[in-house]
Design a binder for this molecule. Structure first.
Ligand SMILES: Cc1cc2nc3c(=O)[nH]c(=O)nc-3n(C[C@H](O)[C@H](O)[C@H](O)COP(=O)(O)OP(=O)(O)OC[C@H]3O[C@@H](n4cnc5c(N)ncnc54)[C@H](O)[C@@H]3O)c2cc1C
Ligand code: FES
Length: 372
């Protein structure tokens, strides 16, 4: 192809892309300012609740405005798959943005991503009963502490309601208010890092995601004394009722649920044999070391194994060196009756699941929360 032909192709591609973007913007503007869907009837669980709602918003936002909270770890961007609900009637066709998160069976059963479904006419949905127990909370930040160079611990004292009931391992959705270019409040999931007996407050352990909406707000704007909102609790990442030996694996802010869990176990006298592998790059990425080492002394069945993948010379590190999965592999014997609990990045969890399975631990005994 000669230079002239390449120029024509590039201009054509540019034109098509420009027209598509303009059309997209027009549709969004029309949806927002011109189309009025009026009032729609929202039927929840076969008439258990029948609500009159203003049409035009996503099903997720509409339900939230009615005080019904659905898990939504990505804040409604269609990238977490947490906000599934059964839509019995009126949801329109399944969108391409939903299909990656829905199995064939789910699609046949009417399961949808509630953040992608627009309320445009009367709609009937089915919501799991346990989600009606989820509430919205108002609290005041009483402490923001640096755990590492990119991880902070937040303590939020509850104002309304005054107490919270949750199972250790569950998470809440913290509201980030509008700021700067962020025009609407957004919600992000954070595991509760405090134990349930400390029920007048919650603690969160939050790692900065560079350029991220919520974590940038936490790191640069939020200050002690500020009021915040969150809703919850959500999630099934909780201890099983068995007595099986446990292996915990975490990295970075994946520490959060385990910091709550271990203190819960101490408080309630759970004596299950537990080995906690915590992976970090170098010493500056480790935190709560002294606290966990103290718990190791106080709890005879609890062992804490911090692992550094690239310790600096100045770290003078005498502990385990290698990826957390390698250390796990080295130290753990085959044990098909054990359970594994993992928390952190998707990459770390995928690698850990493989390592754990080589020890004979079946998939159904491996529990995790992926943070991305
Ligand atoms: C069940 C669960 C529990 C969790 N618990 C914790 C916890 O205890 N602690 C914790 O730290 N995290 C936790 N997370 C992760 C947390 O919910 C957030 O995803 C994370 O804090 C990032 O949020 P953010 O708003 O700062 O970033 P976002 O705004 O969501 O952005 C995430 C990243 O993507 C990039 N990005 C955003 N938009 C674009 C774009 N258009 N193109 C390219 N890049 C883009 C950003 O720069 C950023 O790096 C949990 C997640 C889940 C699902
Ligand atoms: S809220 Fe994340 S996919 Fe719907």
């Amino acid at each position: 192809m000669n230079a002239e032909a390449i120029k024509v192709v590039l201009i054509s591609v540019g034109l098509v892309a420009g027209v598509s973007v303009a059309l997209g913007a027009l549709i969004v503007a029309a949806e927002r300012y011109l189309l009025n869907y009026g009032t729609c009837k929202l039927d929840v669980n076969g008439g258990k609740k029948v609500l009159e709602v203003a049409g035009g918003k996503s099903l997720l936002s509409t339900l939230m405005e009615e005080g019904i909270f659905i898990p939504s770890a990505c804040g409604g961007r269609g990238s977490c798959g947490y906000c599934k609900l059964k839509v019995k009637a009126g949801g329109g066709p399944v969108l391409p943005t939903e299909t990656p998160y829905l199995s064939k069976q789910e699609i046949a059963d009417g399961v949808r991503l509630s953040c992608q479904v627009k309320v445009r006419n009367d709609i009937a949905v089915e919501i799991p009963e346990h989600l009606f127990a989820v509430s919205s909370f108002r609290g005041r930040v009483s402490r923001i502490a640096d755990m590492t160079h990119d991880i902070k611990l937040l303590r939020i004292e509850l104002i309304e309601p005054e107490t919270i009931t949750f199972r250790p391992g569950q998470y809440v959705q913290l509201q980030t208010p509008a700021y700067g270019d962020v025009k609407e409040p957004v919600y992000r999931a954070y595991s509760v890092a405090s134990p349930p007996h400390d029920n007048r407050a919650i603690e969160l352990i939050i790692r900065l995601a560079p350029g991220g909406i919520c974590t940038t707000w936490v790191f640069t704007i939020l200050k002690e004394g500020d009021e915040v909102q969150f809703n919850g609790p959500y999630g099934e990442f909780v201890l099983s009722d068995s007595d099986a030996e446990m292996f915990w694996i975490a990295g970075g802010s994946g520490m959060a649920p385990f910091w709550g869990l271990v203190r819960h176990m101490k408080e309630t006298g759970i004596r299950r044999k537990t080995t906690y592998f915590f992976g970090a790059v170098s010493k500056r990425d480790l935190f709560l070391l002294d606290e966990l080492k103290s718990l190791e002394k106080e709890m005879e069945n609890f062992t804490f194994v911090p692992c550094l993948s690239s310790p600096q010379q100045s770290d003078e590190w005498k502990g385990e060196v290698g990826l957390v999965t390698q250390i796990f592999d080295r130290k753990v014997e085959a044990n098909s009756s054990a359970e594994a609990y993992l928390c952190g990045s998707a990459g770390m969890i995928d690698a850990s699941v493989k390592a754990i399975q080589t020890k004979g631990i079946p998939k159904e005994k491996i529990f995790y929360d992926k943070f991305n």
